[in-house]
Ligand binder design. Structure first.
Ligand code: ZN
Length: 152
């Protein structure tokens, strides 16, 4: 066994640990997940062998829904979401970009029908560089626009 073996103990008993977030993305995820009444421990710019620096979040008492996984993926591609029960990781999800995003991003075109009426937004997602294309008005959004338009 290597002395540098990664430690997998987390401060979460039941909940979620989000690891391998690019530095700065933890704060944004905190904003979009609506964790107001939830105990969250965040490590920012933590040293990482894989990434140099990373953010890491520990969320007590809360598991992450599929929709939230898509939000997290759009902000922090490559992140690992660990579901923890009784202090053990029971599920580990590595997040690629989703292929589509439904109801989680607001279209930046103010005249888009999804902004005018109660219609769920729907975007096609293209990676490298990240781009979202509205399937209603065909407006394209870059990474910065996507991240700032994710619904809370
Ligand atoms: Zn649109």
């Amino acid at each position: 066994m290597s002395a540098k073996k990664e430690i997998h103990i987390t401060p979460v008993k039941n909940g979620t640990a989000i690891d391998h977030l690019k530095p700065g993305s933890g704060q944004k995820i905190l904003e979009v997940l609506n964790l107001r009444d939830t105990m969250v421990t965040m490590g920012m710019n933590v040293e990482s062998r894989k990434m140099g620096r990373k953010d890491i979040m520990f969320i007590e008492g809360r598991e992450i829904s599929e929709k939230e996984l898509d939000k997290i993926a759009l902000i922090g591609k490559g992140a690992t979401v660990n579901t923890i029960r009784n202090s053990e990781i029971v599920k580990k999800t590595e997040l690629p970009y989703p292929k589509t995003a439904e109801g989680i991003i607001r279209c930046i075109n103010p005249r888009c029908i999804t902004n005018a009426e109660k219609i769920a937004s729907k975007f096609g997602i293209r990676p490298e560089p990240l781009e979202a294309k509205c399937l209603y008005c065909e407006t394209r959004m870059n990474e910065e626009e996507i991240v700032s338009s994710i619904k809370k």
